[in-house]
Design a protein around this ligand. Structure first.
Ligand code: ZN
Length: 323
């Protein structure tokens, strides 16, 4: 995941907050243990004293200095062992008083010596994603409030299954997809008229995948395309293209509602192509039919879209609640 520079300062501030919080917890733990186990404080005193002996021995030129140092080192190990044991005996983990780091790799500093740590990239992208997702009605769209009873139980003429049966299967597929989500995979193409629940199910997936700690970006394609265009022509700051091509899961809503220009099609191609080349997951929603998609996006894009799992949404469109 690449670093989104726009949000670097904010990400570094977040890491400062993490460090401040962890330092406070460390201090609280220490006070707690010192009050509860006076013996621990005594052992710590002994440890300091013994470490001091090593400093003196370093200046000792006598023949048995090395043997003496070895003995002191043994002593230190023994005291440390007693300290750990004391903690464990009293129900604390042995590392209870060790420094706390959310990211052990960079010790929550954000860099690993000569480069930015991946935790900083992640935080920076999460901030950017949260901003892009701001308008998505995430909390309202869950699996448990997806109302299957809205879908007719009788099949339309010529159809094998009723909208209810089709949507029941779609719901089960989406739940399973969210439960077993991993960064690499094929993604979903959702086809169907407005109001049949494509957005609802996509956001329900987003909710679950976000809970697992993945970076999810949800956006309507017309809005994203406009944003990318403004950034590329220097009318706005940001790096939405990097974000949409690198997030763990990208949900593109309303494919087909964007302006039908060569520029928009090639931006869309770049997004889909880059993500598929990296094996990254996508969910694409569209009101267009397969025929309309083929007409509009031509073979190279069409075949990429249809390499994903295709879910057809069915029901009495438009008469149903918009979602
Ligand atoms: Zn880190």
């Amino acid at each position: 995941m690449r670093l989104n520079k726009i949000y670097l300062d904010e990400a570094l501030n977040k890491l400062n907050e993490v460090r401040a919080k962890n330092t406070k917890t460390e201090a609280n733990r220490r006070t707690e243990v010192m009050n509860k186990l006076p013996q621990y404080a005594e052992l710590e005193q002994q440890l300091m004293h013994t470490m001091g002996q090593i400093m003196n021995l370093a200046l000792d030129k006598s023949r048995d200095a090395v043997a003496k140092i070895d003995k002191v080192i043994d002593n230190i190990k023994q005291i440390r062992g007693q300290m750990d044991e004391l903690l464990e005996k009293n129900g604390y983990p042995a590392d209870y008083l060790d420094p706390i780091y959310n990211c052990k790799k960079c010790r929550d500093t954000g860099n690993t010596g000569n480069e930015w740590c991946e935790c900083l990239c992640r935080i920076s992208n999460e901030i950017a994603a949260a901003e892009l997702n701001e308008n998505a009605p995430l909390s309202r769209s869950r699996f448990d409030n997806f109302d299957l009873s809205r879908y007719p139980k009788t099949a339309d003429d010529g159809d094998d299954a009723s909208p209810f049966e089709i949507m029941n299967d779609n719901l089960a597929f989406c739940k399973n997809y969210a439960d077993n989500f991993s960064e690499k995979g094929n993604g979903i193409l959702m086809l169907g008229a407005t109001g049949l629940g494509k957005t609802h199910l996509s956001l329900a997936i987003a909710n679950e995948v976000l809970k697992k700690g993945f970076c999810v970006i949800y956006g309507s394609l017309p809005t994203l395309i406009k944003k990318i265009q403004n950034e590329q022509f220097n009318r706005a700051e940001g790096d939405t293209m990097t974000l949409v091509t690198s997030a763990d899961l990208l949900i593109l809503d309303d494919l087909g509602a964007e302006n039908n220009t060569d520029w928009a099609v090639s931006a869309l191609y770049e997004i889909i192509n880059t993500r598929q080349n990296h094996g990254l997951q996508m969910i694409i929603n569209t009101n267009l039919t397969a025929y309309e998609l083929k007409e509009r996006y031509q073979d190279r894009l069409f075949s990429r879209m249809f390499s994903m799992k295709v879910l057809f949404f069915s029901g009495n469109d438009n008469r149903m609640e918009l979602s």
